[in-house]
Write a protein that binds this ligand. Structure first.
Ligand code: FE2
Length: 140
């Protein structure tokens, strides 16, 4: 499907996997625009879409966490991690006038890749295991 996606990212929770793939596909569109020299478009058009989707995805994931309630000891931490990610993206965008389009896009790209893969492979996998173990969601 894509260069960024690999099997270690599959959580087994259908809605999480679908959303993660959709997120990755937006990041890859961002990359493709950058690779073809359209960093301005990547930042002006794609980044807002990506941020909207990230917000939707985080709220969906947080709703899944609520199903575990007290059994999910990482609820506050996981929500804080999401918040920190979003703040970081907004702060990087705010540097655009200083950094310029190319540098902003490149830094954003590195941050998005690293964060997403690490977050899905770690924090999200742990959440998914717990949801599946408690039969709060069903694997496809
Ligand atoms: Fe997450």
């Amino acid at each position: 499907m894509s260069k960024l996606w690999n099997d270690s990212l599959t959580t087994g929770v259908p809605q999480m996997d679908e959303q993660h793939k959709a997120l990755i596909s937006r990041i890859e569109t961002f990359d493709a625009l950058c690779a073809s020299g359209q960093t301005h478009r990547a930042l002006d058009e794609l980044l807002p879409q990506l941020k909207d989707y990230v917000q939707y995805h985080f709220s969906e994931e947080e709703a899944l966490m609520q199903r575990l309630a007290q059994d999910y000891g990482d609820l506050q931490l996981h929500m804080a991690i999401h918040q920190r990610f979003f703040t970081q993206v907004v702060e990087m965008e705010a540097q655009r006038s200083q950094w310029g389009d190319l540098q902003t896009a490149m830094r954003m790209r590195t941050y998005l890749h690293d964060w997403l893969v690490q977050h899905i492979a770690g924090t999200d996998q742990a959440l998914a295991r717990q949801l599946l173990a408690q039969h709060l969601v069903f694997a496809r």
